[in-house]
Ligand binder design. Sequence first.
Ligand code: ADP
Length: 324
Amino acid sequence: IKKIAVLTSGGDSPGMNAAIRSVVRTCAFLDVECVAIYRGYDGMIEGDFVPMNARSVNNIINKGGTILKSARCEEFRTPEGRKLAYDQLIAEGIGGFVVIGGDGSFRGATTFNEEFDFPVIGIPGTIDNDIFGTRYTLGFDTALNTVVDAIDKIRDTASSHNRLFFIEVMGRDVGHIALNAGVAAGAEEILIPEENLGLERLLDSLKRSKKSGKSSSIVVVAEGDKIGKNVFELKEYVEEHLPIYDVRVSVLGHMQRGGAPTAFDRVLASRMGVKAVEALLEGKTNLMVGIMDSKIVLTPITEALRGHTKIDKELIRVSDIMTT
Ligand code: ADP
């Protein structure tokens, strides 16, 4: 392989820029040409390519978002769209690409690899931490810290007014952000998709908490929680069944996706980028870079797509103890 391409695709996450930088710098270090593809698979289909050198990625390690832009591309889901993309890559002399994105982006990459026998390596960039084959995805740690900061601030105002807050955080299918942020910020209850606590237990817990003299209560709710009510419905439900509380809702939303990446995410991105380029040059393909037991590892993308990293049962237990 003489030329490697890098792109960011799907939902963005903090740390993507640090990963782009790492891929570009590793190529420069190993004397391999590097090309950036703008706007994800859209840019691949349109040939939106820009040559990169070590200096093209100065001063981006600390920036959130992605300088290459990201996109959701319907055309890439069709064989015709992928053929167009393939023709563009071949015309540019690209011998393999590194895609930084989530499970959708990986699904596209693995299909592309199987159709054209084209070398691809994935770097998991998503705040949800919902990809199998890596303990941490890129951006998770940053998002977690952002959420903890936000909850700390909400707690200040909650305790001044003796209020109960339902705080919705991201996590459609997994509760990693909710559980970790809940423990770190001292939430009274944490509602995650993996465990349905049920409304009765929630009410009991809130009653107990009030009785024990807590001045404020924070309940962290993952987007994809299965209790059957969203945060606004939860507020109504609690107001109706437990009128002792003055209830408020806060939906943190897209702020969770932004911001300067933490040191952890920058280091992780740097390590993953090096591994991704080295893997391509060693003739490996259709793999995702991940981190397991503090080691950088490769997992077949098809495996990575098979499921989510399971929520830590030990952490659930810790959380139960802490909310006593
Ligand atoms: P994420 O990578 O964050 O999960 P998406 O699910 O939107 O984001 O996927 C990003 C892009 O990957 C899609 O817009 C599409 O171009 C491509 N993609 C997703 N799923 C497939 C698929 N099954 N086949 C081909 N391409 C896909």
